[in-house]
Design a protein. Sequence first.
Length: 387
Amino acid sequence: MEKDKGIINYDCSRGCDVERTPHGALNINFNPSCCKLGAFNWLEGISQEQYKDLFEIRFKNTRKIIFRNTSNQLLTTGDIVVVEAPNGHDVGIITLEGPIIARQLMRHKIDPENYEFRKIYRKAKILDIERWQEAIAREHKTMIRSRQIAAKLGLNMKIGDVEFQGDGTKAIFYYIADERVDFRQLIRDFAEEFHIRIEMKQIGARQEAGLIGGIGVCGRALCCSKYMSDFQSITTQAARCQDLSLNPQKLAGQCSKLKCCINYEASIYIDAQKQFPELRGPLEFKDGQAFLMKTDILKGLMWFSYDPNSMANILPLTGSKVRDIIAANRKGLKPDSLQEKEIISKEPQFISAVGDDSISRFDEKTKKAQNQNKKRKNFRQKPGDKQ
């Protein structure tokens, strides 16, 4: 059995293991460890008549389309199938089936009653898979050559990826451009060079990062490749409302744009800031002016100090207390001192005991026990006994 095994290569762009045995046989198995736009089927094993013929099929990277099974074949997740394409046919891998498809339809705003789904023709045969792998093998060389042709024509664009159709008769060229590009001569040169049908598809920098994939500074897969399909506009205002440092190197993601995760908690901070009063100057006290030094948005505390250039002696006030002091200042009244602040009750916080002490605490306990045992031994010994 070991002699029949070949080298297994993992194709992350399509989520499968490709193995070519020494006898020339080609084995391809679905590998769900690639998480690009992955969805957990928490309704696995549940059947529903309305969605029994609908399957989500993945092609390259983040391109996924829902098809209808018209072949009357028994299909399941991980099967390689031949599907309908605008011209010819394509080959993909089934990634989802069953009632969970309803969530995907809702996500893409598709009405299953009126939408015309493309068809699944059949399970892929050996000849289909061989032709599919031959087309995949051409993608990298085609991308490099297409970049050279675009640079020769002087076009202000970047070709980020190339995806061949399963039958090898068509290719999608994903490109990024800041302005409108004239493709007429480029498409002619591509057709003469590669002898295939050409489709140009413009994408943004965030979509390119999703196609390529990667690991973010948080240590997890990029959100744009893992689950995001709709990209909302992100501004520095979302970072300001969270008191984040406006450092471009920290706020920018791998796409050189502002990180998508900046928007995740922005609405929570905006709502939390509504409890703070609008402070246009220092607070007036009988013993001096108190200046705002920092604000803890989530805890609802505002920290003040008598010295605007030092944070050594800062004292906290709640937003409601600051609002009362501002109202009193407008009436010409001044509280006695910032020192007489309200007592802020501390909420119980969860403290983990793991790692609080040094790892040598076990050794210290051992030494202490040894000393106690030694003292007991000396105490039990009589004056005339031999040591």
